[in-house]
Design a protein around this ligand. Sequence first.
Ligand code: VGL
Ligand code: ZN
Length: 214
Amino acid sequence: MQIRNDNTALIVIDVQNDFCSGGALEVPDGDSIVGTVNALMEVAARSVLTQDWHPVDHSSFASSHEGKAPFSTTEMPYGTQVLWPDHCVQETDGADFHPDLRVQSATHTVRKGFRREIDSYSAFFENDRSTPTGLHEHLSSRRVDSILCVGLATDFCVYYSVMDALALGYTVAICEEACRAIDLEGSLAAARADMWRGGALAVSVDEIPGAAGN
Ligand code: VGL
Ligand code: ZN
């Protein structure tokens, strides 16, 4: 994957305080990816940041459903939805990017999950799998046909983004050294199997000139 090329974009998924240590929906070891993500952004021609951006009463929050506990599920019109602790509420510190993330290197930002009634894991489509976030239009109008995905969490927002990108016809790679997972009931193994089966490529940071001191 040639991330220096103009037809390639690095997609940095949800590197936000609430997914990092001490956050409301802490991803184990989430903070540890920030240095590698910064190094990748430094060499990438284009870097897109995604930002989970929920209203305070978002329907993916367990607190919006009486009697429901975090990490249980409910049926939504668009399918089964995991109910999460309140996280990434618009304009709170938890929704900010990690303080060490070099946001100034990014060329575009996509906010998602801002409609109360619908969650959005993927950077491309909301959880109804049809409402676009605008990222595909942004990339395709710039002739981007290859993406490298990194960020949090491997088995939710990274996974959904990878699967949508494959379905949209992009060449898709994932750098797992710059991802961390939530891993609810085997979700990481299931996500990885699906991504490889779907044609995603595994890329190590060592294979990216300039990103690992090489
Ligand atoms: C995410 C759960 C809820 C993620 C976002 O970024 O993977 N997971 N909202
Ligand atoms: Zn969320």
